[in-house]
Ligand binder design. Sequence first.
Ligand code: RFL
Ligand code: PHB
Length: 391
Amino acid sequence: MRTTVGIIGAGPAGLLLARLLNRAGIDSVVLESRDRAYVEQRQRAGILEQGTVDVLRAAGAGERMDREGLRHDGIELRHDRTRHRVDFPALTGGRSVTVYAQTEVCKDLIALQLKEGGPLFFEAEALAVEDPDGDSPRIRYRHQGRESVLHCDYVVGCDGFWGVARRAIPEELTRTFERAYPFAWLGILADVPPSHDELVYARHDRGFALLSMRSPSVSRLYLQVPDGTDAEEWSDDAVWAELAQRFETDDDWRLERGPITQKSVTPMRSWVHEPMRHGRLFLAGDAAHIVPPAGAKGLNLAVGDVVTFARALTHRRDTGSEELLDAYSPTCLRRVWQAERFSYDMTTMLHRAPDATPFDDRIQRARLARLASSRAAETELAQAYTGFPLD
Ligand code: RFL
Ligand code: PHB
């Protein structure tokens, strides 16, 4: 088989890339190792930046998002039983975010790809990328028990943190930057209307908690737990009791409880792989960078990468110029590092490290107090949360 762009991975990065290329008249083939149901049900991100919403809409993938997505004009920061709302449009000249789950983005893009796009193979595992710096790189893959080769003009590794694409880049040409955190998130889905109409990020001496949602009737909540925690260690009652303590306020706000339908633990890391390109192999999304989820940036970064690649390749086709393809890695990395910085700031401001000293606690409180009293500090958070520009 032969194609212009071989895409490894059908997460948000790979699926959106296939859609953008299809709209530009460039053919592609997507190889995904898991089955369709798995990809459509994997619970992950929930927040789309304004720019992500605009991209999905322009790609003709925004119809259900516009109907069912929830526009959010702010978040609440909570600590020491006090509440402070950050008003995004007022601080950013009208920008907001949208609550629309990654599962739904993927379902919409898969349906469009199967209807209008090029081939998308599930249960097709890429084994290796070969000859990435030659004129015609290849993806060796296994599908339905048989090994085959996909010949490409370009390969884009959208295969996430555990993927194989980046292994094709000689180690001596790469550098990775990493920060591991000594805690994780226990995430739950619950059949109960969200207890607040906007997201609540809470700092508490017992640890961080986040109130989010999937719809007007389904809540998504997270608790900071020690690294290595098994979700089964936590009974439903224990989860609700802990959440209630961490969200407690001095007013009459109450946490509504309901049946928990899913429980899982997510480890936390900051990680960047440089460069994001080697010859005709490009990396996009979690294959090249991971952020801790407190900044809600992972999916939005993946979108930024594939928009940058699709533009660069379209420019190459239309003008013959390699200029934008050559700029791919530095262009993406500028935005990636801003998101890394913001995600690190949110994580360290809100989570309690096991070895936190009284000094660290005071600094966290001072950072939160600064946000509640300085428009400049709030503006910085609002701009970063609603999204860094794509260019
Ligand atoms: P994905 O989604 O991991 O997709 C990679 C795909 O590649 C496939 N694959 C292979 N396919 C073929 N051959 C191989 N050898 C393959 N190896 C892997 C995999 O099966 C998979 O389908 O990466 P992508 O597309 O780069 O998307 C990145 C996002 O998924 C990720 O950054 C976000 O989910 C991060 N994230 C959040 N991001 C946000 O923007 N806002 C949020 O609110 C947010 N919350 C979160 C999050 C991530 C979380 N977890 C679980 C890590 C909350 C959580 C709890
Ligand atoms: C989510 O709804 O899953 C979510 C929201 C905000 C975050 C992380 C996750 O910062």
